[in-house]
Design a protein around this ligand. Sequence first.
Ligand code: SIN
Ligand code: FE2
Length: 212
Amino acid sequence: MLDLFADTPPWQEPLAPGAYILRRRALAEAQGLIAAITDVSAQSPFRQMVTPGGYTMSVAMTNCGNVGWTTNQRGYLYASIDPQTGNLWPAMPAVFLSLAQACAQETGYENFRPDACLINRYAPGAKLSLHQDKDEQALQAPIVSVSLGLPAVFQFGGLKRNDPLQRVLLEHGDVVVWGGESRLFYHGIQPLKEGHHPATGACRYNLTFRHT
Ligand code: SIN
Ligand code: FE2
């Protein structure tokens, strides 16, 4: 019999040991997530951070949660104060927290308690070079990453920078969860292509939830 529901979203794709793509998992929440991004960025604006090496990142970033990821001349760090405003980072919106916890649970990571959400905004041409998420102390907690708006090519490698890369297109509403064996795997985003998305216009947003 023809199974009409086999390809209906959301569906899960294995990516690597401990890593999964939850296709279109955030589609139903997307409008609420984007409204919350607008609220957060009204308090802590998007900014292009400067790396310790003096390079201005092409991705614009802000944060919400108890702590936020930021840079200074000495390195990368989590801090409770937004260095640009001098205020606490905005609280994590409820719609963010519940989605991140549900996605972690659905991929076998129980009791995920993210205290930080990095919000990335990619304009056409913006990219994120291969890196590991290793500024967190809680390496037993997974990373939950939500894509909104324009599609982007996500690269996912291994523990070594020169391990072979998988390249997957992440589209509006896709969620990637990685932890366990793949928690420290290298990953990045290839330069964003021009385009227009009905939900976000000419950009892509990414929400990255961490337990620091
Ligand atoms: C990140 O690695 O922080 C972001 C990945 C993404 O934009 O999908
Ligand atoms: Fe990352």
